[in-house]
Design a binder for this molecule. Structure first.
Ligand SMILES: Cc1cc2nc3c(=O)[nH]c(=O)nc-3n(C[C@H](O)[C@H](O)[C@H](O)COP(=O)(O)OP(=O)(O)OC[C@H]3O[C@@H](n4cnc5c(N)ncnc54)[C@H](O)[C@@H]3O)c2cc1C
Length: 452
């Protein structure tokens, strides 16, 4: 049986960063990927990445083949498209990526550090010994099933969470991400007849009839290409995203005589992070741990960050001894503090948006009940609040919309409550169960006030 210090399952953005970081620390690392090497990086995605994520990770700016175009911000269109918020702040400056080339670039960084890549290899089952994940059973490219031994396994398998779903209950890691916390998406890359006037902004269209609980995006790529798609929240009777796309989006005049370069559907988990992402010998990263911004669905940045943290924490834990849940717990602390707290509070804002009608959104945007500044603050996470004088001013403006305004006020309060609770995230596993009961209570309360 081949032996490694660490096995990383999935060579997406989370997995490549985890593998690279582990190998940099001198650990013998194996990266398992279902796709063949050349296809690594391909993904149904909006392909947008904020520059700040790269800065945080000390990665260079994409250039050459990885870069499609530079983006200067986002524009959010109200459902009636009469109001447009333009958010051109440094936090929203970024890139439209060539996703495959970007993935290949990250993969090369991992391989250059000495990572062993097993491509066209499918993870089947975790090997569990004495309560520890201690390897992986995989199906290799020739169809044979083999066992690989390791001290730690990292689940970077994306939305499917193929390792997470097979962990024993005793690990205290959630297995299921409920449909109501997932966006079903359909996306195409289209070649337009001619370049649009917009080459600088990622355009987002809100419309609860077309995209209940989600949005439509049109992002400029290089030349006259665009990345266009939509997502809908998978609540009880959600519409088929591809049908919505063809019935509504593609009828826009900009797509007249355009051609399809690529198309496909996939899922985006948009809730708070898994409450706990580690167990004995196991760390969960990226989409497998639901590490996506609940408002815009962006997960490339947080997935890379989680892979980086996973590599660091595993390396420290192995230096000290056994990779117990306790020894790996700091991964939870690092992620919750740097991004999880913001993500969880935005989960509440997502619930607010989920049941806001088109009428409310038109009114709210048009009359500045919500401002560009609020959206910017919401996007940045931890500073979003309405101060009293501001609220009073807005109440006066929005007298006919008291219900909407009240919901907004409840949302802001609950976002603060969530953030305060994340500030008490336990330093060790002992107090985790109590912490978790409380966050479930807060989120259920938010759901009952804002959605049900
Ligand atoms: C339609 C859509 C649009 C999006 N737009 C954006 C955007 O514009 N910007 C942004 O930042 N984020 C966006 N996201 C989210 C983003 O794509 C993800 O958050 C990010 O790619 C997560 O990376 P990951 O490494 O965790 O998972 P993935 O990129 O999904 O990688 C998982 C890897 O695991 C492999 N794998 C799965 N099962 C197995 C198995 N059994 N054995 C071996 N390998 C396996 C897969 O082949 C894959 O390569 C979007 C998502 C969707 C669905």
């Amino acid at each position: 049986m081949d032996k490694f210090d660490a096995i990383v399952v999935g060579a997406g953005t989370a997995g490549c960063l985890a593998a690279k970081t582990l190998a940099e620390k001198g650990l013998k690392t194996c990266l398992i990927e279902n796709k063949n090497k050349e296809s690594i990086g391909t993904k149904i995605c909006g392909d947008a990445l904020g520059e700040h994520h790269l800065k945080t990770l000390g990665l260079e700016k994409p250039q050459g083949g990885e870069l499609e175009t530079r983006i200067e911000g986002i524009r959010i269109f109200s459902p009636d498209e009469k109001t447009v918020f333009t958010i051109a702040h440094e936090d929203f400056i970024g890139y439209l990526l060539n996703r495959r080339r970007f993935g290949q670039w990250l993969l090369k960084k991992a391989i250059d550090q000495g990572v062993t890549l097993l491509d066209s290899t499918k993870f089947l089952d975790p090997i569990i010994k004495n309560g520890f994940v201690s390897g992986a059973k995989v199906k290799s490219s020739d169809g044979s099933e083999i066992e690989l031994e390791s001290k730690v396994v990292v689940d970077s398998s994306g939305f499917l969470g193929v390792v997470r779903r097979k962990l024993p209950e005793t690990m205290n890691i959630e297995k299921l991400i409920e449909n109501k916390d997932v966006e079903a998406c359909y996306r195409e890359i289209r070649q337009l007849k001619q370049k649009t006037e917009n080459t600088k902004y990622c355009d987002i269209y809100l419309n609860q009839k077309v995209t209940p609980g989600g949005y439509t995006w049109i992002f400029p790529k290089s030349g006259a290409k665009v990345n266009v798609g939509l997502g809908v929240c998978m609540t009880k009777k959600f519409p088929n995203p591809k049908k919505q796309f063809y019935n509504h989006v593609i009828k826009r005049s900009v797509f007249e005589n355009s051609t399809i370069l690529a198309a496909g559907a996939w899922f985006d988990p948009t809730r708070r992070p898994l409450d706990n992402m580690v167990g004995n010998g196991i760390v969960i990263t990226g989409d497998a741990a639901s590490l996506v911004n609940p408002i815009h669905g962006g997960g490339i940045g947080p997935s890379m960050l989680s892979g980086f943290y996973a590599g660091q924490v595993i390396s420290n834990a192995l230096e000290k001894g056994k990779p117990t849940q306790e020894a790996l717990w700091y991964y939870n602390n690092l992620y919750m503090k740097s991004y999880g707290k913001k993500q969880a509070s935005l989960d509440v804002f997502r619930l607010f948006l989920l049941k806001s009608s088109d009428d409310d959104l038109n009114y709210g945007m048009n009359c500045k009940l919500l401002t560009e500044k609020d959206v910017l603050k919401a996007g940045m996470g931890n500073e979003f609040h309405l101060n009293i004088t501001e609220t009073a001013r807005r109440v006066f403006r929005g007298i006919k919309r008291m219900r909407f305004l009240n919901k907004l006020r409840v949302t802001v309060n609950m976002m603060r409550q969530v953030q305060a609770h994340y500030d008490t995230y336990p330093k060790t596993p002992e107090k985790f169960d109590d912490w978790r009961l409380e966050i479930i209570k807060i989120i259920n309360n938010a759901r009952s006030k804002l959605v049900d």
